[in-house]
Design a protein around this ligand. Structure first.
Ligand code: TRP
Ligand code: ZN
Length: 893
């Protein structure tokens, strides 16, 4: 924990570094409790200042020397995490030696031990816990790293770059020295040491160089690396083909560790991964898990250009590398899987989780202008909304110009630390467009609302769309300016046939857009008029925001019939699906408001009933199971909740379940037949077609199990789920069945399967995470008692972030009924965990507290209870800057 009180840092105060650190030569004598780190740093003053201030946190200083001369005590000061050297020469070699304690490092920042493995996490500001340095991304240095360790405990010694020398010391310790030829900021430094095995492959780059690919894991995980390797090679090829980017070192290493705060880290040439994002095998990993490995492997690989070769000037620019890299990994995943469904999944997440963040006390711009703790800004806004911004740029420029602009960016700024403006300037230069208004996307927090009305005029055979845009106030930001919002759209006639778009411009000129066009909103209010609609007899149906062309909430007064037409006929897969979502929202929300407990489809939801009938009738012939599964899925609790200023927790859950039940009952034979039709004899493979089939199958199973409490269906659906649990050869099907059994109203259905699962997988940490999550999400209030008990389970540990996310995170974020139980017991329990975690892993504690910060969205009783817990946390002594910043923001509004 930082000894100084938390203070905000402002973008406007940015100052360029006054010293260059051209090279650093590191030596680590690894020891669990007393690792010695020696550094020789080549320092060069860039201006007149001769007072050098280096970052250093929790370091025991052993020695300091300038050009070989040890410093006297009055020549330096080490306090408040800063080492100040007075009167340094204009260029010199600084030698430092410090001692650190990896075993005592529970924050998982800097050098720490995960099981018996030494590893590092330096982004954002972890390097200062390893050695004195200018720990900021705009100081780039050449690194060499020598690792010395006991060969018994740490036979494998890895660091960035290429191995250049190795040997054995007289005392029996061995050493390896690594050299990274590319200057880099210290947040990309990494080392790993321990008892590891590796799987190897090679990749020949487009220019014909051969690269060694190595994935390093503990021996028992060797059989779980094939998918990561396959994904890595696909990502390398893809970045060459799509962006013309080639890998630059002779070796690319990935290491999987069990204790990791985030998903993975793009350290130069030596990625370190949360094992959950690297390891996969059919027995223990679901389809979703396989897809996550594929996308995270690609994400970290793509950072080699978008992040490492061209890096960030300061941490306010985080989205420069993260938003861009997420955009790149999403495009990769779209190419590897079904693009339409890939987009649906991205938007589902954005609209439920990022929109909620944008509407919360922790709302912030994609490029924040101040922060207390940068670790709190690795958010959905910076990553996912940041990716949407890059997507809009790519669409505004078109594929060719966007590629040219990216080429320009990579060439012009190679080896530099740059800003969001530098990136957008490349887009401007190539496209010859003024993107100054577009820049507001980076500065303004909050989700824009776009309201649209349509005016059909049969006399003039024209159709006018009137747009209004507004972005709500967010903490510290009012009076938002209009954004440049690209609306990709088309028009359909009442039968769903696409109409050619003839746009009448202000000049009176007519612009023919073909069957699809992009309207660029730039003003608070704006209208567009389409003409030449002589063939029509009634108003056309606008298909707006195709592909989710901008991260906004768009409303249009669609009739249910128009939505049904879009669902069935629109050419855009995303909008076909979204029309279904709109129809479901329009149907469910009045029922939620009325707090109904039972639904008569014919009476309460006639259009939705017809839509499901149509989908299920088509289902027999569909080639597109992925799309069908998406279309048949009801909006999630989180998405429904997002529609309400004050979230009616019980009513949403009640109506969702009632609708699921009604659809299950009405279409029971169809669900059963469709379920059976998806059962496959093929051996499991995590490829798109099979994944689609399983997702449809398990969606059908979900509907079947909605009838678990109805006497006439009970036995049959129980047997179907139990059979799937017993006979499936893969975790996707096994977990789907187990979850439904464990979540059935009769708790005894899940008892044996859960016990079987634990018996079989108790040695496998990642698999047991799933076991914890399944139980934490059982949708009944008494689940709180279960999770309290599970905290004591021998396989649980608060020290392991994956376990915390699996049990505590899942409970607070995916179990609304239990977490929000009106007694407040769920809130108090979460606060207890946050307080405990604050003491040893502030980053994780600060993430875990987020659900409590959303108190404004609940009714009074809950507000009071949630705030009381935030206040209790705030009153703790020794609150970390991480938790302090979040809790304070939440209580300030
Ligand atoms: N840069 C990492 C990524 O690819 C994010 C990350 C990994 C991170 N570990 C971290 C950020 C620890 C902060 C702290 O997205
Ligand atoms: Zn990243």
């Amino acid at each position: 924990m930082s000894s100084s009180p938390a203070q905000a840092i402002y973008l406007r105060n940015y100052q360029a570094p006054e010293f260059a650190l051209d090279a650093i030569d590191l030596t680590f004598e690894l020891d669990p409790q007393a690792t010695k780190v020696s550094a020789e740093i080549q320092v060069r003053a860039l201006g007149e200042n001769r007072c050098l201030v280096l970052d250093g946190q929790d370091l025991t200083l052993l020695s300091l020397a300038i050009d070989g001369r040890p410093l006297d005590a009055d020549e330096y000061q080490y306090q408040n995490d800063q080492l100040t050297l007075l009167n340094v020469p204009s260029a010199f070699c600084l030698s430092t030696q410090v001692e650190i304690n990896p075993q005592a490092n529970s924050a998982l920042e800097g050098l720490y031990l995960s099981n018996a493995l030494y590893c590092t996490q330096c982004e954002a500001e972890g390097f200062r816990r390893i050695s004195f340095f200018l720990d900021r991304p705009d100081v780039l240095s050449r690194f060499t790293t020598k690792l010395i360790a006991d060969p018994q405990h740490a036979p494998i010694l890895l660091a960035n770059g290429n191995p250049i020398a190795q040997g054995t010391l007289a005392d029996g310790r061995h050493w390896v020295q690594w050299q990274d030829p590319f200057p880099k900021p210290c947040y990309l430094f990494a080392l790993v040491a321990g008892d590891l095995v590796c799987i190897q492959d090679t990749f020949v780059t487009q220019s014909g160089r051969s690269v060694d690919l190595q994935i390093w894991v503990e021996a028992e995980n060797q059989h779980k690396c094939a998918h990561a390797m396959r994904s890595l090679k696909a990502a390398m090829r893809w970045d060459e083909e799509v962006y013309g980017r080639e890998y630059d070192l002779d070796i690319y290493m990935i290491v999987a560790v069990n204790d990791f705060n985030m998903g993975a880290m793009e350290n130069k040439g030596l990625n370190i991964f949360n094992s959950a994002c690297a390891l996969a095998d059919p027995q223990t990993t679901t389809d979703l898990g396989f897809q996550r490995v594929e996308s995270v492997i690609a994400h970290e690989y793509f950072h080699n250009w978008s992040g490492n070769r061209v890096t960030c000037r300061d941490w306010f620019q985080l989205s420069l590398k993260e938003g861009f890299t997420v955009y790149r990994d999403q495009a990769f995943s779209a190419d590897m899987n079904f693009a339409g469904v890939q987009r649906i999944e991205e938007v589902t997440m954005l609209r439920s989780a990022q929109f909620a963040e944008d509407a919360s006390p922790t709302a912030h711009p994609v490029r924040p202008d101040h922060y207390m703790e940068i670790n709190n800004f690795y958010t959905l806004t910076v990553y996912e909304k940041g990716a949407e911004i890059v997507r809009m740029l790519a669409n505004l420029l078109g594929p060719q110009a966007f590629r040219q602009a990216c080429d320009l960016y990579f060439t012009r700024f190679d080896g530099q630390a740059v800003t969001v403006e530098d990136f957008v300037a490349c887009m401007e230069e190539i496209s010859q467009r003024d993107l100054s208004q577009f820049m507001r996307w980076y500065h303004q927090a909050g989700t824009p609302h776009v309201q649209v009305q349509g005016q059909y005029c049969p006399q003039t055979a024209s159709y006018r769309l009137d747009f209004q845009q507004a972005t709500p106030d967010t903490p510290g930001q009012t009076n938002k300016q209009p954004l440049l919002i690209p609306i990709t759209m088309g028009l359909l006639d009442a039968q769903g046939r696409p109409l050619p778009l003839k746009l009448k411009l202000a000049s009176g000129e007519i612009q023919a857009l073909g069957l699809q066009g992009v309207l660029e909103l730039t003003q608070a209010q704006q209208s567009f008029e389409f003409i030449g609609l002589e063939e029509l007899t009634e108003a056309p149906i606008p298909s707006l925001l195709r592909g989710f062309s901008a991260p906004v909430k768009l409303s249009f007064p669609y009739t249910p019939t128009q939505l049904a037409t879009l669902m069935a006929q629109d050419t855009d897969a995303f909008n076909r699906w979204d029309a279904g979502q709109r129809l479901a929202l329009d149907t469910l929300m009045p029922l939620i408001d009325a707090q109904v407990t039972q639904i008569d489809l014919a009476q309460d939801a006639p259009m939705l009933l017809e839509a499901y009938r149509a989908l299920l009738t088509e289902a027999e012939h569909t080639q597109d199971q992925a799309m069908l599964a998406s279309m048949l899925r009801l909006p999630s609790f989180a998405y429904l909740a997002e529609q309400y200023a004050c979230i009616p927790v019980e009513a949403i859950e009640q109506v969702r379940q009632a609708m699921r039940f009604a659809l299950a009952r009405t279409f029971y034979p169809q669900w059963k037949a469709l379920y059976q039709a998806q059962i496959s004899q093929q051996a499991y493979a995590p490829e798109a077609t099979q994944i689609a089939q399983r997702s449809l199958k398990n969606l059908c199973l979900d509907y079947l199990l909605a009838l678990a409490a109805v006497p006439e269906y009970q036995q049959e659906v129980y047997q179907i789920a139990l059979t799937q649990w017993r006979t499936s050869d893969n975790m996707t099907d096994a977990r789907a069945a187990l979850t439904l059994l464990a979540h059935a109203p009769d708790a005894s259905w899940g008892r044996d399967p859960l016990a079987e699962f634990a018996q079989r997988w108790q040695q496998d940490a990642l698999t047991m995470d799933q076991w914890f999550s399944i139980q934490a999400t059982r949708p009944y209030a008494d689940t709180l008692q279960q999770v309290q008990n599970l905290l004591q389970h021998p396989n649980f540990s608060l020290k392991n972030p994956n376990k915390v996310r699996a049990l505590i995170g899942a409970f607070a974020q995916q179990n609304p009924l239990a977490f929000h139980q009106i007694s407040g017991a769920g809130y108090a329990w979460l606060a207890d965990q946050v307080i405990e975690l604050n003491g040893f892993n502030p980053q994780i504690a600060a993430r875990l507290v987020i659900p409590l910060t959303r108190w404004q969205r609940y009714q009074d009783t809950r507000q009071t209870l949630m705030r009381a817990q935030l206040e209790r946390i705030q009153a703790q002594a020794n609150l970390s800057a991480d938790v302090y910043e979040i809790v304070t923001k939440a209580l300030q509004v």
